[in-house]
Design a protein. Structure first.
Length: 297
């Protein structure tokens, strides 16, 4: 079991003829992802790694099952591409683009929520259910080197830290049910608490590891969810970026959203709030596996 996608998921790639899309599509196919079509306007009839390309999402979905779409389109093209996928009733949309105009992001997030669509990103490196399927560049060319199949859910505001957590869990003998780089922007389609709710419903997930950063109220929403008793599975949280508290407010480091605008958005404040809510807070990757050992014993 997993969340969002598994070995039965049928996906399309919007913008498949671009260089990054070609690269990621090849390694997704090699991993076993069922990519059934690609979309690039004006390039219909071509093939990328054996995958047929269509001019529109509607043409790509005609006569075939499509559960998910991963987007490799320029920032200005994200809004129409997402709306096209929503119109085609695709239930999972993964947006890799960075620097998407904020008003476009707000519009597509609202449209996805109205339609009941799971929108991952923008600015995500993807989603993986180890041993089953992946969308995006997550895990690189050989995800098995990083992610073992297992029962730990992972959600991170940093795509790079998804891999670091995967390696830390692997070193401790733990595998992953699903791992998501949720995107480092201020507004994302799904929030950290949304993923936590999905993991709570997944019978194969025993515990969840979260990686947070300064800025946004994602971690505050997680704290409220855990404190309410809505999730009973152990949740381990790591929030990096304490160094930012030594700098003037309003300066972002790394991700656009990693910006402290008030004290509650600092790493220290988030750690304390999560602890009080019942989240098991760690300060280093090395603490995760031993803690899981005691929590799951």
């Amino acid at each position: 079991m997993s969340i969002l996608l598994d070995s039965s998921t049928h996906a399309i790639v919007q913008g498949i003829t671009g260089a990054q899309a070609r690269f990621d599509t090849e390694w997704c196919l090699r991993y076993g992802t069922r990519i059934v079509a690609g979309v690039t306007p004006g390039r219909g009839g071509e093939k990328v790694h054996g995958v047929e390309v269509f001019d529109t999402v509607r043409r790509a979905t005609e006569g075939r099952r499509v559960d998910a779409s991963v987007l490799y389109v320029p920032p200005a093209a994200v809004k129409p591409a997402v709306l096209e996928a929503i119109d085609a009733q695709i239930r999972l949309i993964v947006v890799t683009a960075e620097y998407v105009p904020q008003h476009d992001v707000v519009a597509v997030v609202a449209a996805a929520r109205r339609a009941g669509v799971h929108l991952v990103g923008c600015n995500t490196n993807g989603v993986i259910s180890p041993g089953h399927s992946k969308l995006g560049g997550i895990g690189g060319m050989n995800p098995a080197e990083i992610f073992l199949p297992g029962s730990i859910g992972v959600v991170s505001r940093s795509g790079g830290m998804v891999a670091e957590i995967g390696l830390a869990l692997k070193a401790g003998g733990y595998g992953i049910s699903s791992a998501i780089g949720m995107g480092g922007d201020a507004v994302t389609g799904m929030r950290m608490a949304d993923y936590l709710r999905l993991f709570e419903e997944d019978v194969a997930t025993q515990a969840v590891v979260l990686f947070g950063e300064p800025g946004t109220d994602n971690e505050q929403e997680v704290a409220a969810l855990v404190a309410s008793g809505a999730t009973r599975k152990p949740v381990i949280g790591m929030v990096a970026g304490e160094f930012q508290e030594r700098y003037p407010p309003g300066i972002s480091f790394g991700h656009a959203a990693a910006m402290i605008t008030d004290v509650a958005q600092s790493a220290s404040a988030k750690r304390e709030l999560l602890r009080k809510a019942g989240v098991h807070v760690v300060l280093s990757l090395e603490e995760i596996s031993p803690l899981l050992g005691s929590l799951l014993r």
